[in-house]
Design a binder for this molecule. Structure first.
Ligand SMILES: [Zn+2]
Length: 333
């Protein structure tokens, strides 16, 4: 559909869209299960995984024409709560934050968009279209920081990290943790195809069975599926003093043999921490840009399994068996 040119009030940096990644959140918004249009408007422009080229950097952004940038998604709440007041909008206390393409602000799925300079992350230009992976990578950068911070409560020398789920988030988690030199294991239900190969190419180990059957106890688990059984099995499998970081969002689903008291007892007796992690602040976006810049480009490029034109938007939202990350491409890099 035709929408107006972005207004100056949306930010002093004018950007030409290159690509927008799609994910499960976009599907939920299209299905009407999630998402909020801006106040007083009948629609929401989607797109929170952005990549664009600066057309006009404006007066004071420090950016140059031609720079590749990605837009930070969340904006602090207007009150603001204590966390938003110190720039930790990812930890917003009152839920009044807004998010581009998700909650009350239009997203990046348009040929041109504007952004405030402080919310534009400049990426390594050699990443090209791979910069569209920055938003999911920022979520992982935060999750890893949570693990590191919680680990400091005791002497903790983690060696083995398990990632559950080999979708884009899980694969980016495996990449990020591998860059820190850990023994990385990835578990997914898929037995063949690109995912096992991508995991092995990182020097990590791929598993397609259940978490309960793994022949080792992970020091840390990054849960990227939201599947109840995997979460329950992870709590049973984590090593002493180990930390489970939950990043997936699931709904319902039956789980075998779960008693809250038993789960609690297992966590008490082994000093475990189960922590939820969502979104990312500027520090995490910066770290994620470093992780992508340090990654093998050929490996990263295999995460983008399909590129669709903007007019084929609905096809981009369909989930096909071989999909890892699908992007809508607006212009050449
Ligand atoms: Zn807040």
């Amino acid at each position: 559909m035709d929408i107006p040119e972005p207004g100056a009030h949306e930010g002093s940096v004018l950007v030409e869209a290159i690509a927008v990644g799609v994910c499960g959140t976009d599907v939920e918004i299209v299905e009407g299960k999630y998402g909020w249009a801006p106040h007083g408007q009948p629609h929401l422009v989607l797109g929170h995984e952005s990549l664009g080229r600066v057309i006009d950097p404006g007066p004071s952004s420090g950016l140059k024409k031609g720079d590749l940038v990605v837009g930070i998604v969340r904006r602090p709440d207007p009150v603001p709560c204590p966390n938003c007041a110190v720039g930790e909008w990812d930890m917003c206390r009152n839920g009044l934050y807004t998010e581009r393409g998700i909650k009350e602000i239009h997203g990046f799925m348009s040929e041109r968009w504007r952004i405030e300079p402080e919310y534009a992350i400049k990426i390594d230009p050699t990443l090209g279209i791979l910069g569209v992976l920055l938003e999911p990578a920022s979520v992982i950068a935060k999750a890893i920081e949570q693990l590191e911070m919680i680990g400091r409560r005791s002497f903790w020398e983690p060696r083995t990290v398990l990632v559950t789920g080999a979708g884009p988030i899980g694969l980016l988690a495996a990449l990020s943790v591998k860059q820190s030199g850990f023994d990385v294991h990835v578990l997914d239900k898929t037995e063949t195809g690109a995912k096992p190969d991508l995991v092995r190419a990182l020097g990590a180990t791929y598993h397609s069975g259940s978490v309960a059957e793994l022949p080792f106890e992970p020091d840390a688990i990054i849960e990227c599926t939201g599947v109840g059984q995997l979460i329950s099995d992870s709590i049973g499998k984590i090593g002493a003093n180990g930390i489970i970081c939950l990043t997936g969002i699931g709904h319902g689903g039956a789980v075998r043999k779960t008693s809250t008291a038993d789960v609690a007892a297992a966590s008490v007796l082994r000093n475990n921490v189960i922590v939820g992690s969502v979104n990312a602040n500027k520090r995490h976006w910066y770290k994620a840009a470093q992780i992508l810049a340090n990654a093998d480009r050929a490996w990263l490029s295999k995460l983008i399994t399909r590129r669709e034109k903007p007019e084929n938007f609905m096809s981009a939202l369909e989930r096909k068996p071989d999909d890892i990350k699908v992007v809508i491409q607006f212009s050449a890099v």
